[in-house]
Design a protein around this ligand. Structure first.
Ligand code: NAD
Length: 422
């Protein structure tokens, strides 16, 4: 099987085992953390616009809640499956531990294409899914957020459905059942751009460490959704130039640079980068070999593969998406001296600002954007510092392995102090 179709959970497990080996994790803890705690699958009926009912399958995988409530996004895509969601849930556990925020890891989703449905159907699907999950989620138990295919509106429907299923006296108190809501309904300033902002903070830290000038960098990005487009816009503000972009429908390139703000407006109106009139159409497969300094996969998993890793010209691959690099591709990139900034570090901005949103909801406060950005940068730079320190301490090159080592040591310490019940 080509590594393009590799099992995501097998990849996540291999990464976890490498980290566990590095820190000498006991067999017991290895066994406990290598599987999710709970795997919830719900099949639920929804009324379609034509009067028929369709049954949808949804998932919520709760990987670990040692450090705090289960936390992680809800993915809406026809490709959502158990293997994928298990991997994504485990990455949330390591991400929260690495950033030292009091959350565990979870992930969920519905196997369907949100673009195939009217707004009315979409709302009924999201609400019925929330209802089906019932008390498996909760504001101090398991807190969903947006991921691929879902957005702030989906989170508002989830919050409203959950709130209306609780007693009247609790209703105001459960807003934090989801994060990534709109500002008006209790979202945090900066949550929409948080993951992209976090990617840029981590890149700044890396640039400082290796002596790279971000202000004259060239960039190629796969995916111009929430994460890809925010990353592109913020990098442009810092002086970098986006030379190529691809998405589900096509790819574009311009050696003079593509304006990230104008492209965002275009995609908002047309649904894709395809046809953007101010750049040339390119073959999506050529995105990987574009002559740029920084390559940012910000769409799907298993995108940097043994097929294209050999042709990558960038100095660094920045994993804004979850699991974009296969194990085989990682070996090739490492042999070629190309740095990899790992997903569990660089895309953690989303969960960190989700934590801020949860805190704001809990205390009925509204922070301002400068406060959010400042605190986000502090957390991501501390996590980046910890990765650099462990890399030096253990004498290893891989930033991913170092990130796992930091996360696993934190979890191990808590397990050792608390013990395993009963
Ligand atoms: P999104 O739905 O907003 O955007 C997804 C993008 O991927 C779109 O541009 C889409 O066209 C593109 N895409 C889809 N299929 C593709 C294909 N076959 N080839 C090329 N491009 C394709 O999703 P998002 O929230 O930006 O998430 C992107 C990635 O970032 C995912 O891996 C997600 O798990 C990860 N992530 C998201 C967040 C967040 O806060 N949203 C946080 C951390 C990590």
């Amino acid at each position: 099987m080509s590594d393009e179709h590799a099992s995501l959970f097998a990849t996540a497990t291999a990464q976890f085992n490498r980290g566990a080996d590095l820190v000498g994790l006991s067999d017991d803890l290895r066994c406990i953390m290598s599987q999710p705690k709970n795997e919830i699958i719900v099949n639920f009926p929804v009324l379609m616009d034509d009067g028929t009912y369709r049954v949808f399958r949804g998932y919520r995988i709760q990987h670990n809640n040692l450090l705090g409530p289960f936390k992680g996004g809800m993915r809406f895509s026809p490709l959502v499956n158990l293997d994928e969601v298990k991997a994504l849930a485990s990455w949330m556990t390591w991400k929260s531990a690495l950033c030292d925020i009091p959350f565990g890891g979870a992930k969920g989703g519905i196997t369907f294409n949100p673009w195939d449905h009217s707004p009315g159907e979409l709302e009924r699907i999201v609400r019925r899914f929330t209802h089906s999950l019932s008390t498996n989620i909760g504001p101090d138990h398991d807190i969903p957020a947006p991921d691929m295919g879902s957005n702030a509106q989906s989170m508002v429907w989830m919050m409203d459905t959950y709130a209306n299923s609780t007693g009247a006296s609790e209703r105001q108190n459960v807003k934090r059942i989801v994060t990534g809501k709109t500002l008006e309904t209790g979202g945090s300033p900066g949550r929409e751009k948080a993951t992209g902002q976090g990617v840029v903070f981590c890149l700044q830290h890396w640039a400082d460490e290796v002596g790279f000038d971000l202000s004259s960098a060239t960039v190629a990005i796969q995916g111009w959704g929430n994460v890809g487009s925010a990353t592109g816009r913020i990098l442009q503000v810092h002086g970098a130039k986006v030379l190529a972009v691809s998405d589900h429908a096509g790819a574009i390139g311009d050696s003079e640079g593509i304006d990230a703000f104008e492209l965002t407006d275009w995609v908002q109106e047309h649904g894709s980068v395809k046809g953007y009139p101010k750049a040339d159409a390119i073959d999506p497969a050529d995105l990987w070999s574009t002559d740029v300094d920084i390559l940012i996969p910000a769409a799907l998993e298993n995108q940097v593969t043994s097929e294209n890793a050999g042709s990558i010209k960038a100095q660094v691959v920045v994993e804004a998406a979850n699991g974009p690099t296969t194990l085989e591709a990682e070996t090739i990139l490492t042999e070629r001296g190309i740095d990899i900034l790992p997903d569990i570090l660089v895309n953690a901005g989303g969960v960190v600002v989700s934590y801020f949103e949860w805190l704001q909801n809990r205390s009925a406060q509204r922070w301002d954007i400068d406060d959010v950005d400042f605190k986000l940068r502090e957390i991501l730079w501390s996590a980046s510092d910890a990765v650099v320190a462990v890399r030096q301490e253990l004498g290893i090159a891989s930033r991913r392995d170092a990130a796992y080592a930091v996360a696993l040591r934190r979890l191990e310490q808590v397990y050792q102090q608390r013990g395993i019940f009963p």
